[in-house]
Design a protein around this ligand. Structure first.
Ligand code: NAP
Length: 255
């Protein structure tokens, strides 16, 4: 990315991005930080947090990192408390954590996998925002990271897709609940070759077929997702709330 071409839309803003030590979450934190935000990053492992903080600091980004497994209530509360203690407010929350513990068909799926999908992909986003809500500034912005699978859950990702569909509804519902103080939007990425998607995108045949399904004939990049997220989180999107942007190179999702 040519840094000279990006703006400084988040000067003076404080942004929390969950699950942000690699992949899409890291790129979102990177983008918001380059645009002037103080970014709070987190994930399950301290060494991943330390490494990501080091990378962002090396680029002159104001960053604070801590461990937060999104299922851990104490760690969620700590994430919010420490952010407010350090920076005094929260302007942006990007809810990015997700799990896909099983490729089983929905009616064959173990109850434990169903519980984990609901918990990580939907419930903890709500619980984190419950903790954050009293600290959100006027004009603040929330962005959920859904998936193109939300629109047509594919085999092998079906229940994961359904939890991502739930985020589209959650976006609408919270946009109403939190208006006019806070805007709530969503990004639905197409396939991006990250660790999370590696079991799909590392397969040459599947990868080619996924590329063919896009109009732009390529997979997405983490930076593509970060750019759309930054737009929705910024004042450039100040009249947009309750919406989902599909960032999938023209792959079929909806009319
Ligand atoms: P990724 O590259 O594998 O990165 C996952 C990040 O989340 C890591 O920093 C990981 O660090 C952290 N993490 C994992 N589980 C966590 C948990 N329970 N609590 C806190 N942090 C956790 O994944 P990604 O592809 O960027 O995926 C990010 C989001 O994009 C997800 O919501 C995913 O559903 C969505 N998405 C991805 C694609 C794709 O093709 N990649 C497509 C559509 C949507 P630790 O290991 O240290 O916890």
């Amino acid at each position: 990315m040519d840094k000279s071409k990006i703006g400084r839309r988040f000067e003076g803003k404080v942004a929390i991005v969950t699950a942000s030590t690699q992949g899409i979450g890291f790129s979102i934190a990177h983008r918001l930080g380059l645009e002037g935000a103080s970014v709070v990053i987190s994930s399950r492992r301290q060494n991943n947090v330390d490494e990501a903080v080091k990378k962002l600091k090396a680029e002159g980004i104001e960053v604070f990192g801590l461990v937060c497994h999104v299922s851990n209530a104490q760690q969620r509360k700590n994430l919010i408390d420490q952010t407010v203690q350090k920076y005094g407010k929260i302007d942006v929350v990007v809810s990015n954590a997700a799990a896909n513990p099983s490729v089983d068909a929905i009616l064959q799926m173990q109850e434990s996998a169903l519980d984990k999908l609901w918990e990580i992909n939907v419930k903890t986003s709500i619980l984190l925002l419950q903790d954050a809500s009293q600290h959100l500034t006027k004009g603040s912005s929330i962005v959920f990271i859904s998936s193109i699978s939300a629109f047509q859950p594919p085999a092998g990702l079906a229940m994961y897709g359904v939890t991502k569909t739930a985020l589209l509804g959650l976006t609408k519902a919270l946009a109403t609940e939190l208006a006019p103080h806070t805007r709530v939007n969503c990004v639905a990425p197409g396939f991006v070759p990250t660790h999370f998607a590696s079991y799909i995108t590392n397969n040459e045949t599947i990868r080619k077929s996924l590329e063919e399904q896009t109009s732009l004939k390529r997979l997405g990049t983490t930076e593509d997702m970060a750019a759309a997220t930054a737009f929705l989180a910024s004042d450039d999107a100040s009249y947009i709330t309750g919406e989902t942007i599909v960032v999938a190179g023209g792959a079929s999702s909806r009319l």
